[in-house]
Design a protein around this ligand. Structure first.
Ligand code: B12
Ligand code: SF4
Ligand code: SF4
Length: 281
């Protein structure tokens, strides 16, 4: 097995943007072109090269697409170590990297393992997680993770988690942006296709609330943001507006209160009540 990491780090969002409740924050892995395509193509090319190295060498490339324990494989291949936030941390690049693999029948010498590194006594990610999704170091309760709730989970988000989701509308980077390894060692990706404009990385919530299904598909074309589909994404926007808590938020919420989807309407109604509790008009 050949384990490959590709950086998607194109810079941090400034703190004042990340903390701006009128904006919805999109996790950095989904700012640009979908990695399944971009890294997938690069791996296919590498797989072809590997095939050429041996007679009858067979290959199969994966990036987040099959039942491969990608972090464990990467750690065993010497790419880095798994941190307390459960992510693979490369000692010179941080954790903002996608993992992919090439399975091959070609006989290869294993890479020498680098010095074993670790988190040491740091617990920042465990302390920072808004939903307390780590019952202990190296263990994540996915049901509480904002990444799961905003991307993979279909249906009504548990009400007790909604306020904790803040302005995250797609994925979450909090347990990485706080990480000293990420802060010290993240190196910029050579793939410009992973970068994007501010309005795409942290769009204004009032603009998002007015998106039609066609406009949503157009705005996020070719990116991983399409995964929760229109309904799931607008549900997330409704939750984030509820956490904005201002008179502007009440105005922004209007299109979602009469949205075609019952799921979106339910979240918008809940957010309306939440805003009402926090704002004096
Ligand atoms: C399911 C999944 C999620 C779930 C659960 C994540 C998790 N930490 O478990 C959710 C939706 C929450 C998620 C979120 C994210 N994900 Co994700 N996700 C996956 C996916 C598809 C499968 C992981 C999985 O469940 N594997 C199966 C389980 C069995 O494996 P495992 O958890 O590694 O467990 C092994 C060991 O840890 C150990 N083990 C685990 N538990 C226990 C318990 C005991 C008792 C013992 C003895 C051993 C043990 O044994 C297991 C077998 O080897 C992988 C892709 C892949 N195929 O690996 C991406 C992947 C892990 N995700 C990725 C990313 C980028 C993210 C996010 C950063 C996205 C975002 N910004 O929102 C967040 C990060 C959240 C976080 N802190 O982990 C990247 C991580 C890259 C990296 N540098 O590590 C991956 C590798 C995708 C990729 N190809 O790049 N993800
Ligand atoms: S991605 Fe966010 S919600 Fe999920 S474990 Fe990390 S900090 Fe917590
Ligand atoms: S924040 Fe600290 S504990 Fe968490 S992964 Fe980074 S070094 Fe490890």
């Amino acid at each position: 097995m050949i384990s490959v990491g590709q950086s998607y780090f194109t810079g941090f969002l400034p703190e004042e943007i990340r903390k701006d409740p009128s904006r919805g924050i999109i996790a950095s892995y989904a700012w640009g072109q979908d990695y399944h395509d971009l890294m997938g193509h690069a791996l296919e090319e590498l797989a072809e090269f590997v095939q050429g190295l041996g007679v009858d060498a067979k290959t199969k490339a994966y990036v987040d697409t099959g039942p491969v324990l990608e972090r464990e494989v990467a750690e065993r291949a010497g790419l880095g170590f798994v941190g307390k936030n459960t992510l693979l941390i490369h000692p010179k690049m941080g954790s903002n990297l996608f993992l992919g693999e090439i399975l091959t029948t070609l006989e290869l010498e294993p890479s020498p393992l680098p010095k074993k590194l670790s988190c040491g006594s740091c617990t920042r990610c465990l302390d920072v997680c808004p939903t307390h999704a780590f019952p202990s170091a190296y263990v994540l309760d996915s049901r509480l993770c904002i990444s799961y709730l905003t991307i993979e989970f279909r249906g009504s988000i548990p009400v007790e988690l909604r306020a904790k989701m803040g302005n995250h509308i797609f994925g979450c980077d909090d347990c990485q942006t706080c990480c000293p390894w990420v802060n010290r060692f993240s190196t910029l990706s050579r793939q410009q296709a992973y970068a994007n404009t501010l309005e795409r990385k942290a769009p204004k919530l009032d603009t998002l609330a007015r998106l039609s299904e066609t406009e949503f598909a157009e705005m996020f074309k070719g990116s991983a943001v399409l995964r929760p589909k229109y309904e799931g994404f607008m549900r997330n926007v409704a939750v984030a507006i509820g956490n904005w808590k201002s008179a502007d938020a009440v105005i922004a919420l209007q299109p979602l209160l009469k949205h075609e989807s019952e799921l979106v309407r339910e979240h918008a109604e809940f957010s309306k009540q939440e805003i009402g509790r926090g704002v004096e008009f």
